[in-house]
Design a protein around this ligand. Sequence first.
Ligand code: SAM
Ligand code: SF4
Length: 327
Amino acid sequence: MDALSDRYGRRFPYLRLSVVPACNFRCMYCLPRGYHAAAGTASPLSLQEITRLLRGFVQLGMHKLRITGGEPSVRQDLTAILRTAAAVPGVIKLAISTNGTLLSRRLHEWMDSGLNAINVSVDSLDRAVFARITGRDLLDDILRGVDMALASGLPSVKLNAVLLRDVNDHELPAWLDYLRDHALGLRFIELMQTGDNLAFFRERHVRAERLEHELQNLGWQALPRAADAGPAREYRHPDYAGRIGIIAPYSKDFCTGCNRLRVTAVGDLRLCLFGEFGIPLRPLLQDDDQLDELVGAIRGQIGHKEQGHFLHQGRTGITPQLASTGG
Ligand code: SAM
Ligand code: SF4
């Protein structure tokens, strides 16, 4: 079957699946008051529904899957989800995005289940700043989990840090010390405006360009963009084991290389993180016999994917915060 592509010639081998909207952190830019389920919130997709969903996407050329949330490790059956996903023929890269709370305790179990890539949110290397941003004083344990992942030979280990003006945007020297001997990819992410965070966004958004210039002045070199690369601009330096990626959603051409689709925890297809609508796939996940219908429905929607987001105009779509959509 032909791989999925849109009217701008982009292909979508990458699915980001949220498995739960809930989270145990209170990141100041995401869930500053913690997670509270709205009345009538449907339960997340079951293991069986997830399996059917993945079979459909694999038929459309998906081979990279990221399990995200909310916080995926809040789900008791995360290990079973990973095992099930790894067993779907065609899923080659199996990643999770996590705040790392359970990393040091579950890493080996997750790796045994087929996990081969991990992104851990670490917004600061300063324990007090980390606790201020996330509401949890867990930095040391999370960094221990990251070290375990590196020592265990997990093929891809990345850290995500959201840049926040006057909170953590002065930490480049500390990060450089860290990257000298940590062979992982650090991503600095520009804060994005979402439906719920406008006042915070205005106060704390800082463009990543300044940081990028600092890196260039320090001799960091931009890597050529791989054909299947995501939106990060990658840098490396011969004196450092680690690499640095910049994710700047407000930069020109950010959406040109978009290679991903998203499905929310309740099974809504989102063509863009900041899109205006979701397409409920759950009714098509109720029976194994619905596979063709599911594949047809996804293919039918792809023509509605916009060329780019409208964040510059402050249009955040139906994403109140990234936890709800699967960031
Ligand atoms: N809970 C997991 C975690 O924090 O990694 C997975 C879900 S979280 C929504 C995924 C990523 O989105 C995290 O790296 C987080 O820092 C980032 N994120 C959340 N809200 C954001 C925002 N408004 N702007 C930029 N990044 C954001
Ligand atoms: Fe939770 Fe991740 Fe949102 Fe932080 S960014 S509140 S860890 S979902």
